[in-house]
Design a protein around this ligand. Structure first.
Ligand SMILES: NC(=O)c1ccc[n+]([C@@H]2O[C@H](COP(=O)([O-])OP(=O)(O)OC[C@H]3O[C@@H](n4cnc5c(N)ncnc54)[C@H](OP(=O)(O)O)[C@@H]3O)[C@@H](O)[C@H]2O)c1
Length: 323
C-alpha cells in the first residue's frame, strides 16, 4: 500500500511515495481503508521540523524512520481489534492520528474515530477532525463561550477559522470575523455577524470590546489585542506564523504571565482527539449547523502540492486529498 514519508526535514520535495506493509490491528484498534484525507498546517511544520521543539517528538536531526505524514482521514472500517466495541467492518468513519493518515490503510484507536456524518462525502468528512476539534475545544473548553457573548476570530477564513465561525454561531455567540478582502462575503455566508478586513483596518484599534478573542492568525501582540478585550474577557491564542501552541509557546507563555496581573484571562488550547468531541461535530453537521468549507482538492500523488498550498497560508477553508 502507498504511504507518504520523508527521510529528512525540508520543503515538499522531501516527500516520497513508497510502498509499505499493510498494518495489523491489535486490542482496541480499528483498521481503516482510507478514502480521503486532509492537509493541515501541522503537516508542513512536521515536514520542515519547525518549530524545533516538535523535533523532540518527531526526531532531532532527521524524522524517525518511516514517519508517514498526515493526520486527518475518512474511510471504511476493514477490520476491528478484539476490544473494539463501537465500530464494525463496513462502517464509514472519520478521525485523526498524530501522523500516518497519508496512506491507503491505517490502524487507529477507536477513541480517535467517529461515524462519518451521513450528509457528507469522504472528502468533506476528512476535512473535519483537526480543524473542527481545534475550533470546538478552543471555543467551548478553553474560551467557555456563552450565548450572546461577543467573539472576535482572526484567521477566520482558513481551516480552523471556517469551523470556528460556524461552531460559535451554533453556540449562540455574536461573531466578528477578521479576514482579507476576498473572503469577506464568504464569512457572512457561513454566519459571521460582522467582518473586519485586515488589509484595510487594524482590528486592535476598533471601539468594540469582546468577551473572547480567538486568535488563529497570531499576527498581533497580546499587548495590542488586550485593548479590544472586555475587562473580564479572554484571549485564546491558537496559531500563527510559527505554528500552533508549540510554535507560539514563548508569546503564549508571556501573555499568560502578563495576564496574572490583569482581570483579562489567557486560555490555551492543545487539540485533543476524542470520540465524544468527534460525535459532537458529527451532530452539528448532520443538523446542518456546520458545513465544511472546502478550498481545493488534490489527488494522493499531488500531496506535495497540497502541502505547498497550505504553506502559502491562505486557503479558503480546507484542503482535501482524494485517494
Ligand atoms: N493549538 C492547536 O492545537 C492548533 C491546531 C490546529 C491548528 N493550529 C494552528 O492554527 C493556525 C491556523 O491553522 P489553519 O489550519 O486554520 O490554517 P490555514 O487554513 O492556513 O488558515 C490561515 C488563515 O490565516 C489567515 N492569514 C494569513 N496571513 C495572515 C495575515 N498576515 N494576517 C491575518 N490573517 C492572515 C488566512 O486568511 P487570508 O487568506 O484571508 O489571508 C487564513 O484564514 C496555524 O498556525 C496552525 O498551526 C493550532
Amino acid at each position: 500500500m502507498r504511504a507518504i514519508i520523508f527521510e529528512s526535514y525540508g520543503g515538499p520535495e522531501v516527500l516520497q511515495i513508497i510502498d509499505i506493509e499493510k498494518p495489523t490491528i491489535k486490542g482496541n484498534e480499528v483498521l481503516v481503508h482510507v478514502r480521503a484525507c486532509a492537509a493541515n498546517a501541522a503537516d508542513w511544520h512536521i515536514m520542515r521540523g519547525d518549530p524545533y521543539l516538535a523535533r523532540l517528538y518527531f526526531g532531532l536531526t532527521n524524522p524517525k524512520k518511516n514517519t508517514v505524514l498526515g493526520n486527518d482521514f475518512a474511510g471504511i472500517v476493514e477490520a476491528v481489534g478484539p476490544q473494539v466495541t463501537n465500530f464494525k467492518p463496513g462502517e464509514e468513519v472519520f478521525g485523526q492520528v498524530i501522523t500516518g493518515a497519508f496512506t491507503d490503510f491505517l490502524c487507529v484507536s477507536e477513541n480517535s474515530l467517529s461515524h462519518k456524518p451521513k450528509n457528507l462525502s469522504f472528502e468533506q468528512a476528512a476535512s473535519i477532525p483537526c480543524a473542527g476539534l481545534t475550533a470546538l475545544q478552543a471555543l467551548r473548553n478553553a474560551g467557555n463561550i456563552q450565548p450572546e457573548q461577543k467573539l472576535l476570530i482572526t484567521g477566520a477564513s482558513g481551516g480552523v477559522g471556517s469551523f470556528a465561525v460556524q461552531i460559535a454561531k451554533a453556540l449562540g455567540a455574536e461573531v466578528t470575523a477578521v479576514c482579507s478582502t476576498r473572503n469577506v462575503d464568504a464569512m457572512h455566508s457561513i454566519g459571521a455577524d460582522y467582518t473586519i478586513d485586515y488589509t484595510k483596518d487594524d482590528y486592535t484599534l476598533g471601539n468594540q470590546q469582546y468577551d473572547l478573542v480567538l486568535d488563529i492568525a497570531g499576527d498581533k501582540p497580546f499587548a495590542d489585542i488586550r485593548r479590544i478585550m472586555k475587562p473580564s474577557g479572554a484571549f485564546c491564542p491558537v496559531g500563527g506564523p510559527g505554528g500552533g501552541l508549540l510554535g507560539s509557546m514563548a508569546d503564549s507563555l508571556k501573555a499568560l504571565v502578563v495576564s496574572q496581573f490583569l482581570s483579562q484571562r489567557v486560555v490555551l488550547v492543545m487539540t485533543n482527539t476524542n470520540k465524544s468531541d468527534l460525535d459532537y461535530l458529527k451532530e452539528l453537521i448532520e443538523t446542518n449547523k456546520v458545513k465544511p468549507v472546502i478550498d481545493c482538492r488534490f489527488s494522493f500523488d499531488e500531496i506535495p502540492k497540497a502541502i505547498h498550498h497550505m504553506e502559502q497560508g491562505h486557503p479558503k477553508g480546507k484542503v482535501v486529498i482524494f485517494m
